[in-house]
Ligand binder design. Structure first.
Ligand SMILES: Cc1ncc(COP(=O)(O)O)c(C=O)c1O
Length: 363
């Protein structure tokens, strides 16, 4: 037991979820839709489940205002599987793809992508230790690129694209795992978006793929059928048994997002929450954020202490006050507060107050 106060979970994903969504999810473990059994026991070919999949895809289309030539797939394997499945579905083995390296996850995507194609880095902020997004007019784009891959939010490093870059005619592919549906996007800039759902939408293992029609039906023959975008689209995502409970959770989270006022409202809240923490960090040198202003993530606030020997004390005193999971990613170190859509304002206020108090006592 951690005392009697309210607990706030700042984990980077799986992450905190709205209590009302969890309550509804629990109800589905009883009699789901009057069928007499739970969602977990429902045939995936039933009208009820087919309709749930359809509704969920339509909710994603409407949240992002997707034009008719963009399709939505709900696949298994999480976001990491897409590091391989994007090249397998889009590229012949001899083709070249470009990657923008901005931190841990884009490096992972690039390393995996180069196993399947002639992947090359078109820009990288490695030499400045991933403290920024390289400006798009400095990217080494060339006509031979079949796509250009970005990671819109670097979960481990706390760096984020705040505008959708334009790559001209080169299809832009984005791993949006950690900022999907956190802000409106200019969808026409993208050829393909993928996002694991364990940050803003709840479940692990499920990945949403949004693909423009002209990029479909290009898969290499050896692409596993269950991961072939065209085959899954033709079979309405039922080439194999879908992640039914995960799809339901995403559906509930999309309902919740609408109740919050949609992407414009949630974006304003995300900006306000992250600013509140960066303000405390920037007050003096006690806390430090290495990411340049203007490039900082509103989802994952990554920071450290000028005296790193205080870090363990910070984490354990925070936990004593119900502020949980503030340790940074194992590759990046330091501290990290993740502020996904479902993070309540009260959590951010409590953390900001704790940080101010901690500085007063140890600064
Ligand atoms: C930006 C980004 N991409 C990919 C992944 C990997 O996701 P998964 O564990 O679903 O494969 C993560 C996980 O945190 C992530 O943050």
């Amino acid at each position: 037991m951690r005392g009697t106060g309210r607990l706030y979970n700042f984990a980077a994903g799986p992450a905190t979820l709205p209590p009302e969504v969890l309550a509804k999810a629990r109800e589905s473990l009883g009699d789901w839709q009057g069928l007499g059994y739970s969602l977990l026991e429902t045939p995936f070919s039933s009208d009820e489940f087919i309709s749930l999949m359809e509704t969920t895809r339509n909710q994603i289309k409407s949240a992002l205002a997707l034009p008719d030539d963009y399709q939505v797939l709900l696949l298994q394997g999480g976001a990491s599987a897409q590091f391989s499945l994007v090249p397998l579905n889009l590229l012949p083995a001899t083709a070249t793809a470009g990657y923008v390296e901005t931190g841990h996850w884009s490096t992972r995507a690039f390393e995996e992508g180069r196993r399947y194609a002639r992947a090359r880095l078109v820009a990288s902020s490695r030499t400045s230790q991933f403290d920024r997004i390289p400006p798009v007019d400095h990217w080494a784009l060339s006509d031979d690129l079949q796509y250009c891959h970005i990671t819109s939010n670097e979960t481990a490093n706390g760096v984020q694209f705040h505008a959708d870059p334009s790559c001209g005619d080169i299809p832009l592919v984005a791993d949006m795992t950690s900022d999907f549906l956190s802000r409106p996007v200019d969808i026409r800039r993208y050829g393909l978006i993928y996002a694991g759902t364990q940050k803003n939408l709840g479940p692990t293992g499920l990945v949403i793929v949004i693909i423009r029609d002209d990029l479909l039906d290009r898969a290499r023959p050896e692409t596993p059928t269950v991961f072939n975008y065209q085959r899954q689209l033709e079979r309405q995502n039922r080439v194999n048994t879908p992640l039914m409970f995960a799809v339901y959770l995403v559906h509930l989270m999309l309902d919740w997002l609408t109740e919050q006022g949609g992407l414009t409202s949630i974006h304003a809240r995300n900006i306000a929450q992250s600013r509140a923490l960066y303000r405390v960090i920037d007050e003096d040198d006690f806390f430090q954020c290495r990411v340049l202003p203007g490039h900082r993530s509103m989802m994952n606030v990554c920071f450290g202490l000028a005296r790193p020997q205080l870090q363990q004390r910070f984490v354990s005193e925070a936990a004593d006050r119900g502020l949980l999971n503030l340790t940074g990613h194992s590759h990046a170190g330091g501290l990290r507060a993740s502020l996904y859509n479902a993070q309540p304002d009260a959590a951010v206020a409590a953390l900001a107050a704790f940080m101010t108090d901690f500085r007063q006592r140890y600064g």
